[in-house]
Ligand binder design. Structure first.
Ligand SMILES: [Ca+2]
Length: 483
């Protein structure tokens, strides 16, 4: 009987026709499109709803909701953005739709990927920081309820990078919005990441001799992995936890003529600064962590000819409100107070008190690649630790929150470690079946074929080799405490 009722509830038209959603009245909302879309990029037919939200007089938040016409799984998945957002994430929505989800995305309140929108528009910055995501979620749930005749049974957030920041912000600020939240490679320490990026750019361009050309990344990478690989007990080309290894790029200092296989003295110093992280020149205290040994093949992202634009735009348009601001001027002593004060928890998603989210049974899964070259991975460990400290230790948090640090993975994927995994299925099992993720299978592909599989383990556990069989097969590893 229960199954029959569910089947009826999921039938299209039980609530309203797609086109009739155009007349749905919701606060601060103008519905701009409601039409059945089908055979678009081989997607199953769906009801496509677009809307503009104006929770403040300066708000102009675009959002879309895609509702499966048949086979709705009864659930909602909101998807996150990257960088400064500025567009609907249709690719991620398509993935959610293919799995039977009703899904939504927002441009976060402005068009285009930079931060110039924020200049003179504090309300738009609030929309980007957190309001658009929450407003979108509330409106999407209402549209789902109108279309199907009942709202989603379960709601998930799924995002990476800025989408990981949005994930943690939702857990912190709007704990009732979601049942499960996936925070991938999060930029939750938004100001800290901006500082890290400018620190690296300054290190590279302190003087022309400091700059490390990309053709040297390979040599630095090989030396770093060589120095750190065996620290975890297994020579497999991966570093389980790079924070346990001290790699000094001085081992690469040129003995003779300069070339791609060695570093000049100033380049050694620049590389040291990348690993060390930003430092207050007066107190010598670390301001933010650096990149880890293993990240070198992606250094072009932050150590290229220009600083990471996501970071420099933050200083130009949010902190100093000066489009002509020069990153070389940033002072890691005196300017940090203003940088922190301007944000004061606006974009930053660092509040460690997740009791509201955990209190109603919410589950949080966070992941981060140790080779991440765009967001220092220690920022994820630091946040995780701050939650443990606030809530009374691992035992209080284990049933609600797990962090997976992926050895050898880059930013939201990529690089040489196992970097392909289905975190959504792990989350579904946790929320819907009560089965917590004790490990998550991950694989690495080469030329379209899996050449290595390995479990990702809940931090601080690592994948430990059982001692026999292929080191490229997950079955020969168990999650255990690091040695
Ligand atoms: Ca290793």
């Amino acid at each position: 009987m229960r199954i029959a009722l569910l089947a009826v509830a999921c039938m299209p038209g039980f609530g309203a026709s797609c086109e009739s959603l155009g007349g749905l009245a919701l606060p601060d909302t103008t519905i701009t499109l409601a039409e059945t879309a089908g055979n678009v990029n081989d997607l199953p037919p769906f009801c496509r709803v677009a809307a503009t939200l104006r929770p403040s007089s300066d708000s102009d938040i675009r959002m879309e909701v895609w509702l499966p016409v048949a086979g709705w799984n009864g659930k909602y998945q909101a998807v996150g953005n990257g960088g400064w957002a500025g567009s609907i994430n249709s690719a991620a929505m398509a993935q959610a739709l293919r799995r039977g989800y009703a899904t939504s995305s927002t441009d976060t309140g402005h068009a285009g990927g930079g931060a110039s929108f924020a200049l003179g528009h504090p309300e738009k910055l609030i929309d980007y920081a957190y309001r658009s995501e929450h407003e979108m979620t509330v409106k999407a749930k209402a549209m789902i309820a109108a279309f199907y005749g009942s709202g989603p049974k379960i709601s998930y957030w799924n995002g990476c990078s800025a989408g990981g920041k949005q994930a943690l912000k939702e857990a912190q600020r709007y704990p009732a919005d979601f049942d499960g939240i996936i925070a991938g490679s999060p930029a939750h320490n938004w100001t800290g990441r901006a500082e890290a990026a400018v620190w690296i750019a300054q290190a590279m361009h302190k003087d022309p001799a400091s700059y490390i050309p990309p053709e040297k990344y390979r040599a630095i990478h090989d030396a770093a992995v060589d120095a750190c690989d065996a620290v975890d007990g297994l020579k497999d080309g991966l570093v389980d936890d790079p924070t346990r290894c001290r790699f000094d790029p001085k081992v690469l200092e040129c003995k003779g003529a300069d070339g791609p296989a060695c570093l000049t003295g100033p380049q050694v110093e620049a590389a040291r600064r990348i690993y060390a992280g930003a430092m207050n020149p007066r107190t010598k205290q670390q301001v933010v962590p650096g990149l880890e040994p293993g990240s070198e093949l992606g250094w072009a992202t932050m150590a290229g000819p220009q600083p990471l634009s996501i970071a420099s735009e933050h200083f130009k348009y949010v902190v100093f409100k000066d489009p002509a601001w020069d990153y070389r001027k940033l002072n890691f002593g005196g300017d940090m107070a203003l940088t922190e004060k301007v944000d004061s928890g606006l974009i930053d998603a660092l509040d460690p008190d997740l009791r509201g989210f955990f209190g109603h049974g919410g589950k949080l899964v966070q992941y981060h690649g140790w080779n991440d070259w765009q967001i220092p991975p220690r920022m994820s460990v630091n946040y995780y630790q701050s939650v443990l400290e606030t809530l009374g230790g691992a035992g209080k948090v284990r049933d609600s929150y797990r962090l997976f640090m992926a050895p050898g993975m880059g930013h939201c994927g990529g690089s040489e470690g196992p970097n392909t995994f289905d975190m959504l299925s792990a989350m579904e099992q946790w929320v819907e079946q009560g089965k917590a993720p004790d490990k998550v299978m991950a694989s690495h592909m080469r030329d379209g074929k899996v050449d290595r599989s390995r479990p990702l383990c809940p931090y601080p556990q690592v994948a430990k080799y059982k001692g026999s069989g292929s080191i490229d097969e997950a079955g020969n590893f168990v999650c255990a405490a690091p040695r």
